[in-house]
Design a protein around this ligand. Sequence first.
Ligand SMILES: [Zn+2]
Ligand SMILES: [Zn+2]
Length: 140
Amino acid sequence: MPTLTGSCYCENIKYQVSLSSLDDARTSLCHCINCKKAFGTNYGLTAKMPKDTVKITKGTPKVHSADNGSGMVVNREFCDNCGSFILEYGEAAKDHFRFIVVGSLDDPEALPPKGEFFCKNRASWMPEISNVFHKTEIKE
Ligand SMILES: [Zn+2]
Ligand SMILES: [Zn+2]
């Protein structure tokens, strides 16, 4: 069973992901306006995985919950010491999935992207990723 570890920048928060297969994680880029703000860069990069595969092993992340503008509440968890963004989940997915911020993994290359969402909001200077799916909007 592949086990991945991750942490925030200051390592006050650490977590572990235990997947039956690396294929159970779906990494995607999201170019939506909310991801740009939340990640502080031009796209969000998260890996969707079953909730029960993710365990916080050190510390307690702070949770920020807000309507993402379309009526759906999105919960974002981050370190209240260094500010690193760790994971997110929409209210509807709360009991089933976690979207791990890929840059917080100790080996971010372990889970390469499978798709891109909200391509209509892609930065004009950024090329498409080849060999992955592309959706104009909608992140599920
Ligand atoms: Zn931290
Ligand atoms: Zn997004």
